[in-house]
Design a protein around this ligand. Structure first.
Ligand SMILES: [Zn+2]
Length: 385
């Protein structure tokens, strides 16, 4: 980034790292036309590798998709490894116009695409590890692994590949903007398609046909009213109730034909323990009770399960203590944590910034919170054996 790397007064190393990351577009290719210059995590992973190698960390890349790879950096302990902590923020962002890749500092905030989701967390985590690498008081037998993951914003190919590789850790801290709260639970997101079938007929003789759109209208009402009310009754301690949204509908071809097919797509935000099978069973039973019927199929390529990590695990307790948080917390949005947890790694979510600013036109992060994140992480690392 010509012109940006000159040291600026009052800029901490973490802020400088974040500003450099914002200036390297890494938009998820799923949101851009083919071969767009802003697409992919490659620039970010190459840059992180040079920063990490310079600090003395062991650096490697894991190919995941064509031209897209996870970046791994390790801080090895002096003695035999007895514990592994994984830091797992994602390197991809949602799209933005070109001006959003020029970091802007204003009123104690840094603006730019990815500032809070999740380049801020990348900067805080990597800076904490680099600081530790250069200090005398680093863990003697705990290994700290930083993993910059690809594709979180779309299909989580990065975390899925890491989990499938058999990588194991005693605790994963997944980076998302949580306002520095340790999150142990989040909802899952299940997309289903429902289809009704009728019989086509000339609209001058509608009694000869069976209207699939009419049938679907009853189903939409049953889901948005009865099913939503049913979900409200079942509450999770940290997450509240699950929800459902009919987000898409299509059916019929033209006004003078009785439609023979209609399709809807729904997004069901699930609680820990709920699966696609259990949700399908609930919807089928509801429709049957109202003498309605639809063919239900999956509308997503990979499962996005809810997260629930036992907050009594010693390492989770230790992390909660070191950020001075008395109780665990939950969030509604899905992230890489559930994928890593399903792969057998106890996972929590943590990072500076507020999810309310993520994906917005004027994404920003508080610089004080960014610095605090780095300090809290450093404190936690220093408490490790
Ligand atoms: Zn994110």
């Amino acid at each position: 980034m010509p012109g940006f790397c000159q040291p600026v007064r009052h800029m901490t190393r973490t802020e400088k790292l974040l500003a450099e990351l914002i200036a390297l577009p890494s938009v998820n290719p799923a949101f851009l036309p083919p071969r767009h210059p802003f697409a992919g995590e490659r620039r970010v992973s190459d840059f992180l590798a040079s920063v990490a190698a310079h600090a003395g960390l062991e650096v490697e890349f894991h190919d995941v998709l064509p031209g897209r790879r996870n970046f791994i950096a390790r801080l090895l302990p002096r003695n035999k490894i007895q514990q592994t902590i994984l830091l797992a923020p994602h390197m991809d962002t949602v799209g933005a116009d070109g001006t959003k890749f020029i970091p802007q500092r204003k009123n104690g905030r840094l603006y730019g695409r990815g500032a809070c989701d999740t380049k801020g967390t990348i900067a805080a985590m990597l800076e904490a590890v680099c600081e530790l690498a250069g200090s005398k008081s680093r863990p003697q037998s705990a290994q700290i692994v930083f993993a910059g993951l690809i594709d979180e914003e779309n299909a989580q190919a990065g975390s899925r590949a890491l989990a499938a590789s058999g990588f194991k850790a005693d605790l994963a801290i997944v980076g998302e903007p949580t306002k520095l709260q340790v999150i142990t639970a989040h909802k899952g997101s299940l997309w289903l398609q429902l289809q009704t079938h009728g019989k086509a007929a000339h609209s001058a003789y509608p009694h000869l046909g069976k209207n699939a759109v009419h049938e679907m209208a009853h189903i939409v009402d049953a889901i948005e009213s009865d099913y939503a009310a049913q979900l409200k009754k079942r509450k999770h301690k940290l997450l509240g109730a699950g929800t459902v949204n009919v987000g898409k509908i299509s059916g019929g071809t033209q006004p003078n034909i009785v439609p023979d097919a209609c399709t809807i797509e729904i997004d069901r935000r699930t609680l820990p323990g709920e699966t696609e099978t259990s949700v399908r069973r609930e919807i089928t039973a509801l429709l049957a009770s109202k003498k309605l019927s639809a063919k239900i199929s999956s509308a997503q390529h990979a499962p996005a399960l809810a997260l629930e990590t036992d907050h009594r695990l010693p390492l989770v307790q230790k992390f909660l203590r070191s950020v001075r948080q008395s109780r665990p917390a939950g969030v509604n949005y899905f992230c890489d944590a559930a994928v890593l947890a399903a792969g057998g790694i106890p996972s929590v979510v943590f990072g500076p910034g507020d999810i309310a600013q993520a994906h917005t036109v004027d994404e920003w992060i508080s610089l004080a919170e960014l610095e605090r994140a780095k300090d809290l992480l450093t404190g936690f690392f220093r408490s490790l054996p």
